[in-house]
Write a protein of this length. Sequence first.
Length: 602
Amino acid sequence: MREYSSPAKAEISDEARLTDTLFARAAGEPKAIAARRQEQAGSGQWRDVTVERLHADIVGYAKALINAGIEQGDRVALMSRTRYEWTVIDYAIWSIGAVTVPIYETSSAEQIQWILSDSGAKAAFVETPDHAERVESIREQAPELTKVWRFDGDDLEKLVATGTGISDEDLEKRRTAVKADDLATLIYTSGTTGRPKGCELTHRNFLFIAHAALEGPAKPIILGHEGAPSTLLFLPLAHVFARFVQVMVIEGKAVLGHFPSTGPDLIDQFSVFKPTFLLAVPRVFEKVFTKAQQKAEAEGKGKIFNIAADTAIEYSKALGKGNVPLTLKLKHGLFKKLVYSKLMDRLGGEARYAVSGGSALGDRLGHFFRGAGLTIIEGYGLTETTAPTSVNSPGFNKIGTVGQPMPGTTIKIGDDGEILLKGDHIMVGYWQNEKASKEAFEDGFYRTGDLGSLDDDGFLSITGRKKEIIVTAGGKNVAPAVLEDRIRAHALVSQCMVVGDNRKFIAALITIDPESFALWKDQNGKSGEIADLTEDADLQAAIQGAVDDANKAVSKAEGIKKFKILPSDFTEEGGQMTASLKVKRHVVSKQWSKEIEDIYDV
């Protein structure tokens, strides 16, 4: 059993609340820039939002909510893509001591019904007519829900107008009645298995982890840039990572922008918004790399790009060892002008650091981006830990690990390899689920269900999920994550799921990335859709290369012996992925059971 703690660098007062910094800035520096928002959805034009304007917008909604009868502790649901109004309403809810219940905008009617009824939400904000329709369709199953307001249309304007009779003094009385240990939000877990549970997160939880980051590893990332620090938030705000980013940026007095998706248009917005730091999930960085590679290949420069990529990886590894040979420096300098600078320009040209969370980034991508000029700081956290609990830092970055404990937190590895956590960022418990809450803790430590190891410097490495460990018929324990992460790093691969529990060998189900597939077809003179080419020899050979590379990371007994290319991708709409982009293993295993049986039918 190993344990490692990092000393706390910030103390959260019992009287502290999430709205304090913003309200204090409105009084002390009203003309400072707090946010940027698009002139209209999808446009490339961004305009500054002052602290004064942001505060006024929050106050307007807060007063309207008081007038609508929302009391301290009441739950208010919020279902929308990431946009300016999300942050405004979130802080308005906090300003009156109410509790935000985020819902993914992609959620089904059944999921919405469960969250609204389980949380007892009294009111809900939705973005579109479709969202409103889904909420209305389950209204009878959520009897406490009395009001639904829509972003699109004139609902919000009418709502704000109803609050003009509430005085500033009345609002301030409600706001200051909130204490650090009061509930701020219920975030329902993604639910890879079973029904989602509502994680109870307090004002203290968010403030503790935001200030731990700002006084610790995030300080040089956010505050180490000349001029105003800024970031473009594009992850769903229903996800705890994006929510943590929102709070950290506001507490750190940086500039926050919102973009509603991680789709193709996102990368184009980087060059307009010019963020000074990025926070994303690994899939975003995979897309950036793949698009750059595809563009180079389309221009007949694929070979040059691949050499440049290998050089960046070699350069980063040499940096890690503290010794970069002169010949490698010269080679790297050449590609910096020819390749890396163009890639950095696509990301806006200002960012030197990015933070990645949600799942494993993989060594190859980590080394590539650092060698190209963007150091990606990888971290680890869960909904139950208010996002990050460990993270690397610019000055001490071990690629392949998820860093050291955040200031004020403790990581312990149990006898069975499970990662156990302690700190003021840990949730209170699961909403109305005493049994699950008790089972989640052991001797004051939160049981993550993840497996990992700590090195002598306290750097954490994730080896897999406790419940996802595959035990072959021969008794070999295999953690699928290391294989899956490496296979997903291949440009042609979208998703991968390793199988083999109680089987005689390890195998994998692999899906193909549609965008990369289109380019691959052109380059290889193929026609047809993915479903037509799953057995194509050239496609099989390309995927075999990804599998062979992944197998280098494990012993022969743990390696993938066979794989199956599936005719369609895993998606949230298809039920195979959670809203936070995690594979639902039990669903995939059931839906593709015949294909799994075919693999082992030898």
